[in-house]
Design a binder for this molecule. Structure first.
Ligand SMILES: Nc1nc2c(ncn2[C@@H]2O[C@H](COP(=O)(O)OP(=O)(O)OP(=O)(O)O)[C@@H](O)[C@H]2O)c(=O)[nH]1
Ligand SMILES: [Mg+2]
Length: 241
C-alpha cells in the first residue's frame, strides 16, 4: 500500500515557515517517539539550517522506552539537543526553556556586551500533523491558547504565543513532505494518525498494521484488542478476530 498525502495547505504552510524563519533563533521540532524516523520531516533540516535545534520526542508515554533511549542517542550524535516529553500530562515540557536558553547563551551574552538590554528568545514549533504541537504549547504556557484535537490538521495558520516576557513561540500547522520514498514511512504515519483517514483504505491499512504489530509487539496487540492468536496465523484471521 503506497500512501502519499501532501494537500495544498501544506505548501502554503511551508511558504509561511520560510517567510518567518528569519524571526526565530530556535527551531523546536516535535517528532512522534513511537516512529522517530518516519515522523521526522526531512525538509526541516533545510528550512532550519543555521538555527539552534531542539528535537522533542513527544508521546513518549506511548513509546517503547528502550527504543526511545537508542533514538535519543542517535539524534544527539547528530548534534541535536533532545527532549523527551508527554505533552498530554506535561511531563518534560518545561525543560525546553533551559534547553533553548543554553543554546542561546553565547548569542545573548554577545548582544548584551554590545549594549542590548533585552534579548528575547523566539522559537518556531514545527512537526508533522497531530504530533502534539498545540498540546505541547498549551502545557508549556499553562493555559489553553492553541486549539488541539485527535486528528491531523487542527491548527490552521500561524499563531505567536508569548510564553514569558523573554520567550515567544510560533505555533504552526503540521506539515508532511511531497513524497514518501519509503512506503513504510507513509504507513507508519497513517497508523499513528498523521494522515487524514479519508484518503486511506482502512481495511488494507489494518492488515498492514496487524503485520507490523505481530512482528514487533504481538502482546500489545493481544492486550489492546483482547484477542488470542498465534504469530504464524494468517493476517486475515487475526483481523477477523
Ligand atoms: N498520549 C499522548 N497523547 C498526546 C501527547 N501529545 C498530544 N497528544 C494527543 O495527540 C492529539 C493531537 O494533539 P495536537 O496538539 O492537536 O497536535 P498538533 O501537532 O497541534 O496537530 P495539528 O495542529 O493537526 O498539526 C491530541 O488528541 C492530544 O491529546 C502525548 O505526549 N501523549
Ligand atoms: Mg496544532
Amino acid at each position: 500500500m503506497n500512501i502519499q498525502w501532501y494537500p495544498g495547505h501544506m505548501t502554503k504552510t511551508r511558504r509561511m515557515m520560510e517567510e518567518n524563519i528569519s524571526l526565530v533563533d530556535v527551531v523546536i521540532e516535535l517528532i512522534d517517539a513511537r516512529i522517530p524516523y518516519s515522523s521526522k520531516n526531512p525538509e526541516i533540516d533545510e528550512l532550519a539550517k543555521n538555527k539552534y535545534r531542539i528535537i522533542v520526542m513527544n508521546k513518549s508515554d506511548l513509546a517503547d522506552d528502550r527504543a526511545t533511549e537508542i533514538w535519543t542517542k542517535y539524534f544527539e550524535d547528530k548534534g541535536f539537543k533532545v527532549l523527551l516529553t508527554d505533552a498530554k500530562s506535561g511531563k518534560g515540557v518545561n525543560s525546553v526553556t533551559n534547553m533553548a536558553k543554553d543554546l542561546m547563551a553565547e548569542k545573548i551574552a554577545r548582544l548584551k556586551q554590545k549594549g542590548r538590554i533585552f534579548v528575547p528568545v523566539r522559537a518556531m514549533i514545527v512537526g508533522i500533523p497531530n504530533v502534539g504541537k498545540s498540546t505541547f504549547i498549551n502545557k508549556y504556557v499553562g493555559k489553553t491558547t492553541a486549539k488541539t484535537g485527535d486528528k491531523p490538521g487542527v491548527t490552521r495558520g500561524k499563531q505567536w504565543i508569548k510564553v514569558k516576557k523573554d520567550f515567544e513561540l510560533l505555533d504552526t500547522p503540521g506539515i508532511l513532505w511531497p513524497k514518501f520514498e519509503d512506503p513504510e514511512v507513509g504507513l507508519k504515519l497513517a497508523f499513528t494518525g498523521a494522515i487524514n483517514d479519508d484518503i486511506l483504505d482502512m481495511e488494507t491499512a489494518a492488515y498492514e498494521f496487524i503485520n507490523l504489530m505481530v512482528a514487533t509487539y504481538p502482546d500489545r496487540l493481544r492486550e489492546r484488542y483482547n484477542v488470542e492468536f498465534d504469530t504464524i496465523e494468517p493476517v486475515h484471521e487475526i483481523f477477523e478476530k
